[in-house]
Design a protein around this ligand. Structure first.
Ligand SMILES: Cc1cc2nc3c(=O)[nH]c(=O)nc-3n(C[C@H](O)[C@H](O)[C@H](O)COP(=O)(O)OP(=O)(O)OC[C@H]3O[C@@H](n4cnc5c(N)ncnc54)[C@H](O)[C@@H]3O)c2cc1C
Length: 349
C-alpha cells in the first residue's frame, strides 16, 4: 500500500506466526505479511527510479559532504577540495551558497556532486548520519538512547532449499543462547529463510556462526528442518536497536530507514519503516524543491517522529527492559513480556 504501482519481489504471503520458547510452542498469532525477494525488489526500485529520470550510480559510495558556507571542521565535516569538484551532468545550477558538496567514490575515482538536498539511506552504519550533529538528550523521550549508543543486533541468515512441506506461516524461536534476540524460519515458495539475530555484545564468547549452528541443531532436533538442505545463499548484517536518531533532519540533510534508527528495537524489522520514512521524506523533498524552501524539510523531522513514535517508542522501552532484566528474570516470562506475539508486550506500557 506504500507504493502507487504494484511492486516486484513479493515471493510469498504469510498469515500467522508461531512463537517457540526453548523448543516449545508458546503461542500462535495472526500476523499477515509478505516475504520479499530482496534483490528483485531493490532491482525493481532502481529501474523505476531510472525510468522516472533518476541517475543511478552503480557501486558508488558516499564519502563526505559539506556546506560551502560552514566554517571548516566546525562540526567535524571535512571540506571537499573545490578543485576536485567535477561539474558532472548530474549537478544542477542552484544557488551555490545553499548547495551541499557531496564527495562520492565510484570504482577507483573520487568526484564531487553538488546538491540541494542529501538524503541518507545508507543503512545502520550510516556515514551521512555521522556528519549530523546529535541534538541534546531527551528532546524526544522515544528517541535514541545514548546509553545504548552501540546497540546493535547482528543477524545471520541462510536461504535453504525446502525439503519438507512447510505451511505458509512464520516461526520464531527464543533460546537463552540467542541473547537479546531470536531465531526465525520464514517460508518462501521454494526455499526457507533460516536466520538468527543476537545482541552484538553477547558475541564475545560465541561467534555468530557458532551461535547460528547451535540454533540450526535445535531446529533439526525439533524436526523443523532436516539439516542437510542445500544452502542457496547467506546474508549477515546489523540492525540498530537504540531508537530513532535524535536528529533526522539537519539543514538540507535528511535520514531515512536504518540510517535514522527506524528499525524496530525488538523485532529488528525495518523494511516497512524504511519504505514508509522514504515516502514521507520524498514528499517533503519534492515540496522543498518546488517551492525553493528548505525549511519544509524540518516538517519531515516531526512527521517521521510522529509516524513512528508509538511503535518505536514502545519497542525501545521493551528493549531496555529486556537488556536490563536478562540475567535475573525467568527466561520464558521475560520473553512473554518483551515479544510482540504476547499480550503483555502490548498491555504493559
Ligand atoms: C539478517 C537480517 C535479516 C533481516 N530480516 C528482516 C525482515 O525479515 N524483515 C524486515 O522488515 N527487516 C529485516 N531486517 C532489517 C532490514 O534489512 C533493514 O531494516 C532494512 O534493510 C533497512 O533498509 P535501509 O534501506 O534503511 O538500509 P539497508 O537495507 O541497509 O540499505 C542501505 C544501503 O546503503 C548502502 N550504503 C552503505 N553505506 C554507503 C555509503 N557510504 N555510500 C553509498 N551507499 C552506502 C548499503 O550498501 C545498502 O545497499 C533484517 C536485517 C538483517 C541484518
Amino acid at each position: 500500500m506504500l507504493y502507487s504501482d504494484k511492486i516486484k519481489g513479493i515471493n510469498n504471503e504469510v498469515s500467522y506466526m508461531e512463537t517457540y520458547i526453548e523448543g516449545k510452542l508458546a503461542n500462535i498469532t495472526g500476523s499477515r505479511g509478505y516475504i520479499l525477494d530482496r534483490n528483485i525488489f531493490i532491482d525493481f526500485l532502481i529501474k523505476e527510479f531510472v525510468k522516472k529520470g533518476g541517475d543511478y550510480l552503480s557501486s558508488a559510495g558516499f564519502i563526505n559532504a559539506y556546506h560551502p558556507g560552514l566554517e571548516e571542521n566546525s562540526s567535524g565535516w571535512q571540506p571537499v577540495e573545490e578543485s576536485a569538484a567535477n561539474e558532472s551532468h548530474i549537478s544542477h545550477n542552484f544557488d551555490n551558497s545553499r548547495m551541499l558538496y557531496v564527495e562520492i567514490r565510484q570504482n577507483d575515482s573520487t568526484f564531487c556532486l553538488k546538491t540541494k538536498i542529501l538524503a541518507g539511506a545508507d543503512g545502520p552504519c550510516s556515514k551521512v548520519a555521522k556528519i549530523m550533529k546529535p541534538l541534546p538528550r531527551n528532546e524526544y523521550e522515544f528517541q535514541e538512547n545514548h546509553d545504548m549508543e552501540s546497540s546493535f543486533l547482528i543477524g545471520f541468515q541462510e536461504n535453504i532449499t525446502k525439503k519438507k512441506d512447510y505451511e505458509n506461516h512464520t516461526k520464531i524461536f527464543f533460546y537463552p543462547f540467542i541473547s537479546g534476540g531470536y531465531g526465525w524460519v520464514f517460508p518462501k515458495k521454494e526455499s526457507l529463510n533460516v536466520g538468527m539475530a543476537v545482541n552484538i555484545n553477547a558475541l564475545k564468547e560465541n561467534g555468530l556462526k557458532n551461535t547460528y549452528q547451535r540454533f540450526k541443531r535445535e531446529l533439526v532436533k525439533n524436526e523443523v528442518i532436516k539439516g542437510d538442505e542445500y544452502i542457496n545463499s547467506t546474508i549477515s548484517g546489523l540492525a540498530p536497536v537504540c531508537g530513532i536518531k535524535s536528529r533526522v533532519v539537519q539543514n538540507n540533510i535528511i535520514l531515512i530507514g536504518d540510517s535514522a534508527g527506524l528499525c524496530n528495537q525488538i523485532t529488528g524489522a525495518g523494511n516497512y519503516n524504511a519504505a514508509a520514512s522514504a515516502k514521507i521524506a520524498a514528499a517533503k523533498i519534492k515540496t522543498a524543491i518546488t517551492t525553493d524552501n528548505m525549511e519544509i524539510l524540518n516538517e519531515a523531522q516531526k512527521d517521521i517522529c510522529d509516524y513512528f513514535k508509538t511503535s518505536i517508542g514502545h519497542a525501545l522501552k521493551k528493549r531496555q527492559f529486556l537488556e536490563k532484566n536478562k540475567s535475573d528474570y525467568d527466561f520464558g516470562n521475560l520473553i512473554k513480556k518483551t515479544w510482540v506475539s504476547f499480550k503483555d508486550y502490548w498491555r504493559e506500557r
